[in-house]
Design a protein around this ligand. Structure first.
Ligand code: ADP
Ligand code: ZN
Length: 709
């Protein structure tokens, strides 16, 4: 136990383990196989790196992407750990050098591409060495259900057979149960202990704002991130090129990235970004695979992504280092129309599916509850916090809502009087008594609603109009024409009161980091980091992470002992850069008369939460005869939460001993069971979609839970 804390501190420079890390490490050290499903940035690598340092044999890390492999090896070496990789990019000389160091047992971790691993010559080399651990990174590549299936991953099972004494740990950030099951099956580790983390990325600030003038909104946003790295995602290559060049014209450090560039250009732009030579990448979805840059501070969606999965993946590139990072999406109904237009070319079935996925994303954008609720729900997770404190909805919670019924009535009745044939801006023109040609030509200045809305600005009316759509009291038809519905009539007839806001929509989001640090010192350190990185020809984040520099800029460590307390500084880095850092910090502090306050840095020991094991507790209680209703009362949660626990319990390989009542005719239940047998029980979505949403996920979950085996 002490040993793993010792390594955490001395080698990696961290104080505490994150969720699941310690348990996983202990399981691996007990030579039990593990499947770890944890989101990006949660610290999966440490889960096999620390055991690798404790085992006396070798740890093999299978990784699908050369860029990721290189990055990991650089990071390990920067902490003084002997690691190498074998792949097709090595020269003959490098290859044999690496093989020699392997045979001489100088190496703790070997990173290798699957196709290299299964070659006979590799196996022959490895047969001469003791292998203690095989870590399969990006393990979803083994599944056809995953987003990047790699057939070579399937051969890993045979490989494992040849090294029966090695423990296996499979790691992925892919959430779907189907993929999880595929990993266990295809790696032939059915008995593996599975660790499943929440997919909530706590440090991401989530925000959706209406798109009005995308380019000025872009500028307004990125201005807040001086000297910081970020991504801007656009819909098309053309859009990327135009945004990137407009930004360059204004003097911003930005480069484009899309599939229309030559591979050389793409590589060059990506490299410049990773090395902090350019701050912003404007990109299509083509950008991101194999990028490990931990200090991406913002992701701006200039255009709407196609679905929640893409959105989650793209915002996921922000804040891997755990520091707060800002994700803003510019939302317009025009963009949904654009995506729909492009979907027209697709085949019927695929189009239907894509439309559903798009709709889920639009629901997320229109959400009136915490953004994390619809986002995590998409991945089958229930978000239970009252207020996440890091999304636009939760942050605006405190803003008083007012009665907007009268304004809504004015707006809706104007739609009615113009026969439901115009868009919002035209309606607003009438309400505000505009002298616009079209209004006059159509005699709309004679309407009773003409000029009754002068008390509000155009922007306020637009804001109101968006609220009315969001609240479902009017509909947006084709060509953005507004239509009335039943709810509109309830409002018009005064049967319903509506609450909302009337002021202009301004972002209420925090944009600066919530840690107060000395930005002057931070900038000095950042410059030095850049110089060191250039000398060593590695990305700056390999030298020090932002977290390290922020820690220093908060605590002003002026002795070696104090420096040791800063996050990410292990013994190796202290030895290598300690003196240089201390010189810089001391100089700065003498000049400004600042004291070392690192004694204030207490380790942020967290009280271990029981939530990780709650499903076991709930499962056992259920099996002892306690009803779901009773469990809800006992834990003071909704039925859905209990079902979720039971689901996890079952997923972990346990049987359920009670049958859950399902409120459906037997006939329907049979139909659903049959569909489950056809489509598999690993994912509920295909079944949900097969019935076009007729049966809720809760019902499907119950039927699944009732299934034996
Ligand atoms: P993942 O592979 O899950 O995306 P990484 O293993 O790359 O995540 O870790 C993300 C970042 O968090 C890295 O910079 C890593 O060094 C850091 N990290 C991992 N574990 C800890 C910890 N216990 N304390 C502080 N930082 C950590
Ligand atoms: Zn929230």
């Amino acid at each position: 136990m002490d040993k793993i804390y010792n390594i955490l501190k001395k080698t990696f420079g961290y104080e505490e383990f994150r969720e699941h890390q310690k348990e996983i490490i202990k399981t691996v050290l007990n030579k039990k196989n593990v499947i770890a499903i944890m989101p990006t940035g949660s610290g999966k690598s440490l889960c096999y790196q620390i055991p690798a340092l404790i085992f006396d044999g070798l740890t093999i890390v299978v990784s699908p992407l050369i860029s990721l492999m290189k990055d990991q090896v650089l990071q390990l070496k920067a902490n003084g750990i002997e690691a190498i990789f074998l792949n097709s990019t090595l020269s003959l000389e490098e290859y044999s050098y690496n093989v020699n160091s392997l045979l001489n047992k100088e190496i703790k971790l070997l990173y290798v591409a699957p196709e290299t691993l299964i070659q006979e010559r590799t196996i022959n080399i490895l047969k001469q060495i003791k292998i203690d651990l095989i870590a399969v990174d990006e393990a979803h590549c083994i599944s056809e259900w995953g987003h990047d299936f790699r057939p070579e991953y399937r051969k890993l099972t045979d490989f494992r057979k040849q090294f029966p004494l090695a423990t296996t740990i499979a790691l992925t950030a892919t959430a779907t149960p189907q993929v999880q099951k595929d990993i266990a099956k295809n790696l032939n580790i059915p008995e593996a202990k599975t660790f499943l983390s929440s997919f909530n990325r706590k440090n991401l600030i989530l925000e959706v704002i209406p798109k009005t003038d995308a380019f000025s909104q872009t500028i307004e946003f990125i201005q807040k991130f001086k000297n910081q790295s970020g991504l801007i995602y656009c819909f098309s290559r053309k859009q990327v090129d135009s945004v990137a060049s407009d930004l360059q014209d204004l003097g911003y450090s930005a480069l484009p990235y899309h599939a229309g560039l030559t591979s050389l250009e793409r590589e060059k732009n990506q490299e410049a970004f990773i090395k902090d030579e350019v701050k912003i990448i404007v990109a299509t979805i083509a950008f991101g695979m194999g990028i490990n840059k931990p200090d991406v501070r913002f992701v701006l969606h200039h255009d709407l992504p196609k679905n929640i999965e893409s959105y989650y993946q793209q915002i996921g590139r922000a804040g891997r280092d755990g520091i707060d990072s800002h994700c803003r999406l510019l939302f317009s109904y025009g963009d949904t129309a654009k995506i729909k237009y492009f979907l027209k070319e697709k085949e019927e079935k695929e189009r239907f599916k894509s439309l559903q996925l798009l709709e889920a994303l639009v629901n997320f954008c229109e959400s009136e509850v915490c953004r994390r609720i619809p986002l995590l729900k998409y991945f089958g997770e229930e978000y239970k916090e009252e207020n996440c404190g890091k999304c636009d909805i939760c942050l605006s919670e405190n803003i008083q809502k007012q009665d907007i019924t009268i304004e809504a009535q004015k707006f809706l009745s104007c739609i009615k009087r113009t026969n439901e044939s115009f868009g919002a801006n035209y309606i607003i023109n009438i309400l505000r008594g505009s002298k616009d040609k079209n209004v006059l030509n159509r005699n709309h200045n004679k309407l009773s609603t003409y000029g009754i809305g002068m008390d509000l600005s155009k922007k306020q009316w637009q804001h109101l109009s968006r609220q009315l759509i969001r609240k479902g009291v009017m509909e947006l038809g084709e060509y953005n024409i507004l239509k009335l519905n039943n709810k509109s009539w309830e409002i018009l007839r005064g049967r319903k009161t509506l609450f909302g806001t009337l002021f202009e929509e301004k972002s209420k989001m925090p944009v600066t980091q919530n840690i107060a640090y000395d930005s002057e010192l931070f900038d000095i350190l950042r410059k030095i980091r850049k110089e060191l990185a250039e000398e060593e020809n590695v990305p700056p984040y390999i030298i020090f992470g932002d977290k390290t520099l922020i820690d220093i800029s908060v605590f002003y460590p002026q002795s070696k002992d104090s420096l040791m307390k800063m996050s990410g500084l292990g013994e190796h880095k202290i030895k290598k850069y300690g003196k240089l850092l201390l010189d810089v910090i001391r100089n700065y502090c003498v000049e400004k008369d600042i004291e070392d306050i690192s004694f204030k840095k207490i380790s942020q020991k967290k009280i271990p939460s029981s939530s990780g094991k709650r499903h076991l507790e709930v499962g056992r209680k259920f099996n002892s005869g306690i009803s779901i209703q009773e469990l809800c009362e006992e834990y003071k949660v909704k039925e859905q939460t209990i079902l979720n626990h039971l689901y996890k319990y079952k997923l972990a390989g346990n049987n359920l001993l009670q049958t859950i009542e399902v409120d459906l005719p037997n006939e329907d239940i049979h139909k659903i069971e049959e569909t489950f047998s056809q489509l598999g029980t690993e994912r509920f979505k295909p079944v949900f979609e097969k019935f076009q949403g007729k049966y809720s996920y809760d019902i499907l979950r119950k039927i699944y839970l009732n299934k034996k085996g």
